[in-house]
Design a binder for this molecule. Sequence first.
Ligand code: MGD
Ligand code: MGD
Ligand code: SF4
Ligand code: MO
Length: 717
Amino acid sequence: MQKTHYAVCNICESTCGLEIVTDGKNIISIKGDRQNPFSRGHICPKAQAHKDIYNDPDRLRHPVRRNGDHWEKISWNEAIREVAGRLVSIQKKHGNDALAFYYGDPALHNNATFLMLKPFKKSLKSKNLYSAISVDSLPKMLVSYLMYGNQVANSIPDIDRTDYMLILGANPLVSNGSLMTASNIKKRLKNIQERGGRIVVIDPRKNETAAIADDHYFIRPGTDALFLLAMLHTIFREGLYNNGNVLSIVKGVDELRELVKPFTPERVSRRVSIPADDIRKLTREFATAESAVCYGRMGISTQEYGSTTTWLMEVVNIVTGNLDRPGGVMFTTPAANLAGIAKLLKETGSFNQHRSRVGGLPEFNGELPVAALAEEMETSGPGQVKALVTLAGNICLSRPNSGRLLRALGNLEYIVSIDIYINETSRHANIILPPACSLEEDHFEAIFYALAVRNIVNYSTSVFPKPVDAKHDWEILLALIAALNSARGFLPSIPGRIMHPFMRVFNPKRQLDLLLRLGPHSLSLKKLKQSPHGIDLGPLEPRVKQVINTPDKKIKLIPENFLKEVERLNKSLDEKLPLEKGALQLIGRRSRKGMNSWLHNCPSLQRGKIECTLLMNPEDARQREFENGQIVKVATSNGSIEIEMETTLEMMPGVVSIPHGWGHDLPGVKLSLAKTRPGVNVNLITNDDLIDKGSGTSVLYGIPVVVTSVEQLKGNL
Ligand SMILES: Nc1nc2c(c(=O)[nH]1)N[C@H]1C(S)=C(S)[C@@H](COP(=O)(O)OP(=O)(O)OC[C@H]3O[C@@H](n4cnc5c(=O)[nH]c(N)nc54)[C@H](O)[C@@H]3O)O[C@H]1N2
Ligand SMILES: Nc1nc2c(c(=O)[nH]1)N[C@H]1C(S)=C(S)[C@@H](COP(=O)(O)OP(=O)(O)OC[C@H]3O[C@@H](n4cnc5c(=O)[nH]c(N)nc54)[C@H](O)[C@@H]3O)O[C@H]1N2
Ligand code: SF4
Ligand SMILES: [Mo]
């Protein structure tokens, strides 16, 4: 008998509604849920991945232990007991910090896992805690923490009402929006134009979003901070300053006016590669629009001045009166009010409270930048990492300098991966603990509703029951917490004793129910379940005063952290351009049919030409006597990779682009389809010592590279 389920897709941040028809055991079809008030039937090709993953014979369905080249099936009890025993004995021998933990993106797309993360991290008793945040959104969270006093108080573009959208370093048409949960971005962007508004994209690649924008400007990678400083200079110079309804709570306007004085459009123009008159024109358009929003993502986050650029974008929005007004950037009022809860629990963030042992990189929210992980494994002495737990992360492809990490993993005594596949990272594990399939679990996208362009909420119940002998990610974490405690052999502390049974009774569903009841819309899980298509709770509303959590309840326009960076930017204006030194600059891009390193094993997505190529401007190719389609060698100080090159006018001269998440042809990887179309791992040539000094975020974009033909290089050897 056929059954129709309504669910929310948890692959990316868009939270599209799905209509999944099954016969009780098999998936018959996956379509967009037309009755979902947010996505209205929209889905992208990746929605079909749910079926591929559910059916994938390569997906692990029980714990496995590595025995030489083979994997043997073991019971959950044995697996959990062995893992906890080994981890604790390593900690007893080498100290608590000898254990490192890394979690990746999918852990944040599952509310139950997310709620269990904090107690799990605590139970590890180690400072070596890492996540994908430090190769992603750390600058935004840090800026929210420093300016508004709460890392979870993130301002979100009010895309549905804005009259002017200035996009720097983001490609929402392919990524489907990030730190901006919005289904069907293309339609939302088109609507801006239909309302008579404008979209301007600033990007070293004329990407898919730029292709539908009103204007696109190439910018030299890594120079957005200078562009924004020149915009701010122009705003003050031309009297365009207006901080609207937040005037009374903004501190530091006079200091800002002084700070941006040296950055005239003329001075920055050569370096950013945008004519001074265009910078002025864009500034005037932005500042005089009825409402405007400056939005940026990976291209401004994981670059040399990632946190400074993120801060300056926030400042541009504030001083043009676009913070906290419809059509500008606004704060959400989500059903599960994460910012409010963080405030209540006094967990609004921390920065630089301690530093990594070897490189001295700053902690953020108790986690260290993942760039520090390899050196923490390599460098002997007290606190050296000797064991690793990964959860829903694939660091061997996602972290810069994969070669170094690979060598460092060889120093470890024990590795555990909580993952659904034997992939580039989990192949190194001693034990893999696989959770049940995502369709076998209920879902609630707490984090992404808090980042949504409308206040929306949706609870998905599982499409299939969980197999009898399976565990969800949160159950694996819970079992590990208990087993670690018992392996340590001490009587659990009083909070520990209360905590554990409490967690069993007070499972993630009950926690969510409480969050909903305490939330601003006074909902409950029961009420949500009665609305399987989700509930639209209305547009974003002005609420900055409730959100601000700084000691004086004022917005800190200039956190001191960035002053040194502004000085460095000023000096950079006299330095040579990367091109003058003979290098090209490497940036990344995302694939419509992949999700970082995964979904490459999905037959419905991975057909036709593989998307892992190097893109180069035809003029750069001509100078090097390259022909379209030839294999080229791309080198940095870390080594080199060989990859097919495509010429395209999309690329700014002097800049080349390679996507990340590829390179599946490694021994032991069990991804049958992905191995036949492996692509090349760009992180073999990215550097882990390139860091945004303001935050500790890795620099993944704007890296100097030398590109030669393979023959040329061989000839030179
Ligand atoms: N050069 C370069 N590097 C980059 C980037 C870039 O743009 N350029 N982008 C960076 C960014 S933004 C990010 S977020 C990171 C991503 O980096 P990571 O988060 O480290 O890696 P992912 O590729 O997202 O891998 C997700 C893993 O989770 C597993 N998985 C999927 N679903 C589940 C589940 O339900 N439970 C469990 N336990 N496991 C699951 C998959 O099999 C896979 O191993 O990469 C970063 N690295
Ligand atoms: N289909 C698909 N969707 C995804 C993902 C995926 O892998 N596939 N990954 C998800 C994840 S984890 C994330 S974090 C988001 C990311 O979402 P986005 O940031 O929207 O996606 P990217 O494609 O990384 O876009 C970065 C843009 O920055 C540009 N850029 C590079 N360097 C610079 C620079 O110095 N300055 C400027 N101005 N621009 C620069 C690049 O050319 C690119 O167009 O996407 C999410 N959605
Ligand atoms: S856009 Fe994102 S949430 Fe929507 S169907 Fe595609 S992967 Fe799923
Ligand atoms: Mo990401």
